[in-house]
Design a binder for this molecule. Structure first.
Ligand SMILES: [Fe+2]
Ligand SMILES: [Fe+2]
Length: 474
């Protein structure tokens, strides 16, 4: 029997909620089994300098200290309730926000929660082997932080399933621990979460691109008329910011190091750059193209009646819904989507309600473009004539209007054969992966040391110095 208030920090009155306690009595040991099997490899005895959320107050959501990860206090936190909150969009706009699941939307809402929940353990599974090739103790601590928080995000979704969905919810919560990233028989639900994350360049790209999809999905769910979901997602967003920080600064530090070495040695040719043990910029571009395109697919079909239903029902809003200046019903509004007609990419207006996936994808692309611009400045400041670009939205897509078409990274519609001829100029090829892996054959864990292929960060975690002992291996 677990002491709930101590072991599971929460603001949902878990100590008095018998139903929830009983559900967690079964699920918590299964979760720990999953963590031991699928959590970071060989890490169970390490003491890691982690932040833990112990309350939603400004001073409580980031308590730093050494923790063995299996002892991490995965908590359940919802943003405090606003008694006056309403459903802010769709046909129920103006009603009081729902505190219980509306019967008619029960299965839809459960599906939405399960789909979000499934991504959280998936990324832990994808990243579980990376500790053995970390470029520094600082980075090792960061990946572990991301991993335990994705574990907490799973808890957040499982809380909703247990608390609001009865037996079906409990079954779904078990399935969340049974699926495995990349498994042929029982894979994770969404494509990008079944792709391998084979190296640290891929990890940083994943946290920049794919965790940011997580942010945008959470932002849309944070608008939900189902208030407990909205409040859960709002709190998760505070943690998500760190994951994207890890990705953006990770790539930025790799670019910085590459540029330094290129300047010092006056080399530009990728093979000369590789000979110096750093990652050439064209390889970074190819990784970028891959992670960007598979993440764009996560938003779903450009035109989607499901997306329209989620919105009309008040279950999933738009990015920053309440800040948008329109009727929040969208009955007559239109929105442009692209399609391929006669070998050309053309834009056409469709009812805005059906284009909500595309709209969220566009909001995401705007933010991505800003981040890529910041990476570009690192290259420009070094005076190196190389441009990082975002490929065309239709490049390498498997879902939506571009699926089945062969679009170049510049946005030309090609034949399959022509596309295949260029595939490995645009996407990482086996040699790229092998080269990047060759740089990461062992781990760098002496405090204050960094692998040759990455620059140190500007500052340490929680104002600690760079040579702080972020992980104790015991
Ligand atoms: Fe997450
Ligand atoms: Fe995340």
């Amino acid at each position: 029997m677990i002491n709930y208030t101590e072991k599971i920090p929460n603001n949902v009155d878990l100590g008095r909620d018998r139903v929830l306690q009983r559900a967690l009595e079964h699920w918590q040991p299964a979760y720990m089994g999953w963590w031991y099997d699928m959590g970071p490899n060989e890490s169970h005895n390490y003491e890691v300098y982690l932040r833990t959320a112990t309350s939603v107050e400004p001073d409580g959501w980031a308590q730093f200290g050494y923790v063995k990860m299996p002892d991490y206090r995965w908590g359940i936190f919802l943003q405090p309730r606003d008694e006056k909150r309403e459903v802010n969009f769709g046909i129920h706009k103006g009603q009081a926000a729902w505190q219980e699941v509306p019967g008619e939307y029960r299965s839809t809402l459960r599906r939405v929660i399960v789909t979000q929940g499934d991504t959280e353990p998936a990324s832990v599974e994808q990243q579980r082997m990376l500790g053995s090739s970390c470029p520094s103790m600082y980075d090792l601590r960061n990946i572990f932080q991301v991993n335990v928080e994705e574990g907490r995000h799973l808890w957040a979704m499982v809380y909703l399933l247990h608390r609001y969905f009865g037996r079906d919810g409990r079954e779904e919560a078990e399935s969340l621990l049974a699926r495995r990233s990349g498994d042929a028989d029982n894979p994770r639900i969404l494509g990008a979460f079944n792709e391998p994350t084979p190296d640290w360049l891929a990890f940083y790209m994943f946290t920049f691109f794919t965790d940011r999809d997580g942010k945008f999905q959470l932002c849309a769910l944070a608008e939900s008329g189902f208030d407990p979901l909205a409040r859960t997602c709002r709190f998760m967003l505070t943690e998500e910011a760190h994951h994207m920080f890890v990705g953006e600064t990770g790539i930025s530090r790799i670019i910085q190091r590459t540029c330094e070495v290129m300047k010092e040695n006056k080399v530009e040719d990728p093979s000369d750059v590789r000979a110096l043990g750093v990652i050439d910029l064209p390889t970074i571009q190819r990784y970028l193209n891959f992670h960007y395109s598979v993440t764009l697919d996560l938003y779903g079909s450009d035109v989607s009646s499901n997306a329209a239903n989620y919105y009309t029902s008040g279950l999933k809003g738009r990015f920053r819904e309440t800040k948008l200046d329109d009727d929040h019903v969208l009955a007559d509004a239109e929105y442009p989507v692209y399609e391929v007609v006669g070998g050309k990419i053309v834009s056409k207006n469709v009812p805005a309600l059906t284009a909500l996936n595309e709209r969220l994808r566009d909001d995401y692309i705007d933010e991505i473009a800003d981040g890529v611009g910041r990476w570009q400045r690192v290259i420009d400041n070094a005076g190196i004539p190389f441009r990082l670009t975002l490929p065309h939205k239709g490049f390498h897509r498997e879902i939506g209007n571009f699926a089945g078409h062969f679009i170049s990274s510049e946005g030309e519609v090609l034949s399959e054969e022509a596309w295949k001829n260029h595939e490995f100029e645009w996407l990482p090829n086996p040699k790229d992966y092998a080269y990047v892996q060759s740089l990461m054959s062992g781990r760098v864990v002496e405090p204050g040391k960094f692998a040759n292929w990455i620059a140190p960060p500007a500052r340490g975690i929680n104002n600690q110095p760079l040579n702080f002992e972020y992980v104790r291996f015991n």
